[in-house]
Design a binder for this molecule. Structure first.
Ligand code: URA
Length: 233
């Protein structure tokens, strides 16, 4: 075969040679600075968000993470659960809510028959804040576009916001979680239910009426009822 034809052959053992479609995202430009916007519609699927978050340095949390923790669960789930940020177990595994708080979250959801098919789980910040401190306002803002894209792609009917950081990071509402838990909030035409964070419930084990666990039980039943209503309408 003449050399010119040979040069046109795709080397099947070297996939890097196979032409790939131009990515919709400029992976080099966006992660470097929170000043560079990530416009809605940037991502066509959830997978590139994972790749992207693992390269991201839009805030200081990118310097200390092991893995970015983007999401797990049904990518078309009717309910999206939004937590505060990854802890140590999540940073090590790259999966949200896999530690003790996550196990309690699973039990809470299962208590109203919500399982893997019903849920997509994520966090307001995708990288672990050192020492599990509360994420700061600029970190929430830097990471927010990823969440907005996840919400657009998963398109949940209900968003469960666990803890004050999740409420603040998504809606900007700075009220305390004990004031607003259990009351539906409408955000961008979507129903959001603020609830106490499962880690807070771990520190308050009482099940007495009025206790954090009891309040969570009330709130999660509202979520179950709303999902049933939406499904039957
Ligand atoms: N707490 C959170 O808010 N998110 C996790 O992923 C784990 C614990």
């Amino acid at each position: 075969m003449p050399p010119s034809n040979e040069a046109n052959q795709i080397d099947l053992f070297n996939l890097a040679e196979v032409a790939t479609p131009t990515p919709a995202v400029d992976f080099d430009a966006i992660p470097t600075s929170a000043a560079v916007p990530i416009p809605p519609g940037t991502y066509e699927t959830l997978e590139p968000i994972v790749t992207h978050c693992n390269q991201c340095h839009r805030c200081r949390l990118g310097e200390t993470r092991t893995h970015a923790v983007v999401g797990r669960g049904n990518p078309k789930a009717p309910i999206m659960v939004v937590g505060e940020g990854p802890g140590q177990n999540e940073d090590e595994t790259g999966l949200p809510f896999v530690g003790r708080a996550g196990q309690l979250l699973t039990k809470i959801l299962e208590s109203v028959r919500l399982g893997d098919d019903d849920i997509y789980v994520t966090n307001i910040v995708k990288c672990r804040p050192p020492g599990n401190r509360t994420p700061e306002a600029d970190e929430l803002a830097a990471c927010r576009p990823y969440l907005i894209e996840q919400i657009r792609l998963v398109d949940p009917k209900i968003i469960l916001l666990t803890g004050a950081s999740a409420v603040r990071g998504l809606t900007g509402d700075k009220r305390g979680i004990t004031k607003i838990r259990g009351q539906w909030i409408e955000w961008e035409g979507r129903l959001c239910m603020p609830v106490l964070h499962p880690a807070y419930l771990l520190r308050n084990p009482s099940r007495e009426q009025g206790s954090p666990k009891w309040l969570m039980w009330q709130d999660i039943q509202l979520v179950r009822q709303k999902l049933d209503e939406i499904r039957s309408s």
